[in-house]
Design a binder for this molecule. Sequence first.
Ligand code: HEC
Ligand code: HEC
Length: 276
Amino acid sequence: MLRWPALVLLAAVSVAQATDGEYLLNAAGCVACHTAEGGRPLAGGRAFVTPYGTFYSPNITPDRETGIGTWSRAQFVAALKHGTSPDGVAYFPVFPYTSYRLMSDQDAGAIHDHLQSLEPYQQQNREHDLAWWLGRWMMKLWQWWNLDPLVPMPVTKDPMINRGRYLVDALGHCGECHTPRNWSGVMVRQSHYLAGSKQGPDGDAVPNITTDRSNGIGKWDADDLQYFLETGALPNGDYAGGLMTDVIDNSTSKLTAADRKAMAAYLKTVPAVATP
Ligand code: HEC
Ligand code: HEC
């Protein structure tokens, strides 16, 4: 079976610039997933309907009973980066710690500090409605089998590209939707990084965003990409729809122009791969 390739662990100092937790929360797209439709921001309850059952995001406001108010910074970092709860239980990868593991501890901690500074909101978490055969205990095995140790990889000479990669992979978790998965739900990063997926999180196809000129976005220039990440407008004048709307509204439109520029510059370096 396909295993995760050695992941890119970027030198955190050079790429993890912002220490502003709110900015990082936006860059990492936490709000859309942790907010139910019409619900209180970050109080959880958004449903994710998948072939494995329906998952509900938990309350991540600092309420001490129903949220994460009693968590330490270290516990939070372990959840976000290693998919492990304070009582040692493994999270389902619908929570994309598979990408957030690339985040620096400093940035993960800054997100924690920001969340703890918000108004607590009491709202009980909803139990997942899992497929009959699926148990949480299996996630320990899944993690053991699928999460290779992070291997440091050389950083390129261009700090903008490094920053762009960090924003795309560690914070923006773009591959969670744009990279296809194998049978066990693992992103096939080695051969099909960002090459699109027949079945995204909501069951719809997700486009190829490699530099492939016919399948991907190879014909877009960096300015097109930057403008898209700011506004959702495609070069042909249409607007992105579906799940990408959340990404634009809650995340990339809220970044600095410099960060969007870095993301665009990095995406222009992604090798062309045909859609699987
Ligand atoms: C794609 C949707 C999605 C995104 C994006 C996401 N989460 Fe989650 N998160 C979930 C789901 C679903 C769970 C529940 C996982 C489980 O029960 O195994 C979860 C669990 C958590 C937990 C554990 C809470 C608890 O009570 O055990 C924390 C903390 C958390 N997320 C914080 C964050 C932060 C911070 C971000 C942004 C950096 C984020 N999440 C982004 C969906 C998401
Ligand atoms: C939650 C899933 C999801 C995430 C996360 C996500 N995307 Fe998307 N993206 C989509 C979907 C779905 C579309 C197609 C939207 C449509 O149908 O209009 C899309 C469209 C796009 C397009 C337009 C491609 C085209 O040919 O029309 C670009 C560029 C893009 N995404 C870049 C990104 C980047 C960069 C990130 C990370 C910051 C990202 N996406 C994160 C789901 C996602």
